[in-house]
Design a protein around this ligand. Structure first.
Ligand SMILES: C[S@@+](CC[C@H](N)C(=O)[O-])C[C@H]1O[C@@H](n2cnc3c(N)ncnc32)[C@H](O)[C@@H]1O
Length: 275
C-alpha cells in the first residue's frame, strides 16, 4: 500500500468525484429520514495543499485550483465549490476536504458516516481529522470486506462511496466482486464508484458485469482533460452511480462541459450515459 492521496488531492478526478458526492448528499437531505454513508476507502480526511506531498505534486493547481475563483460557474459546480469553501473560511484555498470530511460537514443530527481506511498512518490521521461523535465511525479495515460486513446500514437508506487506489491491477474486478453481495444486501442504496479512465474496454466490461448482476438504474459520467495515457499520468476518470438520485443527471449534464473546458490540458471531453 504505497498510494497516498495527498499527492493527488484536488485533481480533476477529485473534482468529478466530490462534485457527485456533494450532489448525492444534497439529494439525500431532501428527505427528513436519517441516512448513512459508507466510505470504503476514506483516505486521511483533510489535506493541507501546502504540505510537502501536495507541493511536490501539485495536481490540485490543475484541478480545483483552476476553478476555485471562477466568477460564475454553473450551479452544480458552485455547490461543490461552496462545500470546499466551508473548509477555507479565511479566503484563499489552502485546505482540501477529502470524502469523509465532505460527508461529515453535510451530516444532520441523526445521519451517520462509516469510514474505512486500511493504511495505519492514514487511518490515524483520519481519526484526528474527524470530530469525535457517535455520528462518525472510523474503522481500520478492508473497505471491500466492509461492503458485506457493514451493509445494510441501520438507517436503511444512504450512499456507498467506493474509491480504491487502483494500485493493484485487479481492483476493478475486486470492486465488482465486492459490489455483488452489497447490492443483494442493500439493493436500493445509492452507490458512487470512482474508476480511473485508462482503458475504456475494461470499464465497459465492468459495467456489463454489473448489468448482468441485475443493475438496471445507473448513470456513468466520464471526464477527461487530455488524451488517455494508458501508462503514467491520469488524464481522465469515470464515476458510475448506481440508483442515482433524481436530478443528478441534469446537474452533471450542466457541470461536465464546463469542467472539461476549464480543466483542459489538451484533448478534453466528457460523456454521460445511462447504463
Ligand atoms: C483514492 S484514496 C481515497 C480518497 C478519498 N475517498 C477521498 O475522496 O478523499 C484511497 C485510499 O484507500 C486506502 N486503502 C487502500 N486499500 C484499502 C483497502 N483494502 N481498504 C480500505 N482502504 C484502503 C488507501 O490508503 C487510500 O487512503
Amino acid at each position: 500500500m504505497n498510494y497516498r492521496h495527498a499527492f493527488h488531492v484536488g485533481n480533476h478526478a477529485d473534482v468529478l468525484k466530490h462534485l457527485a458526492l456533494v450532489l448525492c448528499l444534497a439529494a439525500l437531505k431532501r428527505k427528513p429520514a436519517p441516512f448513512a454513508v459508507l466510505d470504503t476507502h476514506a483516505g486521511r480526511g483533510i489535506y493541507d495543499l501546502h504540505s510537502s506531498e501536495a507541493e511536490r505534486s501539485p495536481e490540485w493547481r490543475d484541478g480545483v485550483g483552476k476553478i476555485w475563483d471562477w466568477p460564475a460557474p454553473p450551479a452544480p459546480v458552485a455547490r461543490y465549490l461552496e462545500a470546499i469553501g466551508g473548509f477555507n473560511s479565511e479566503g484563499p484555498l489552502r485546505t482540501y476536504p477529502g470524502s469523509p470530511a465532505l460527508v461529515t460537514a453535510a451530516l444532520r443530527e441523526e445521519d451517520v458516516l462509516i469510514a474505512c481506511e486500511l493504511h495505519p498512518e492514514e487511518h490515524a490521521a483520519l481519526k484526528r481529522a474527524l470530530p469525535r461523535t457517535g455520528r462518525v465511525q472510523v474503522h481500520q479495515r478492508d473497505g471491500f470486506g466492509a461492503l458485506t460486513a457493514l451493509l445494510p446500514p441501520a438507517q436503511r437508506r444512504g450512499l456507498v462511496l467506493i474509491d480504491p487506489p487502483y494500485e493493484a491491477s485487479d481492483e476493478l474486478a475486486q470492486s465488482v466482486a465486492a459490489l455483488a453481495p452489497a447490492l443483494k444486501r442493500f439493493g436500493h442504496g445509492t452507490y458512487l464508484w470512482w474508476r480511473p479512465l485508462k482503458s475504456g474496454p475494461a470499464l465497459n466490461a465492468a459495467d456489463a458485469e454489473l448489468r448482468a448482476l441485475g443493475v438496471r438504474d445507473a448513470l456513468r459520467a466520464d471526464l477527461w482533460i487530455d488524451a488517455p495515457a494508458p501508462e503514467g499520468r491520469l488524464n481522465g476518470s469515470s464515476i458510475l452511480v448506481i440508483n442515482p438520485p433524481f436530478g443528478l443527471e441534469a446537474s452533471l449534464r450542466e457541470a461536465l462541459p464546463f469542467l472539461a473546458e476549464a480543466l483542459s490540458k489538451g484533448r478534453h471531453g466528457w460523456r454521460l450515459t445511462l447504463q
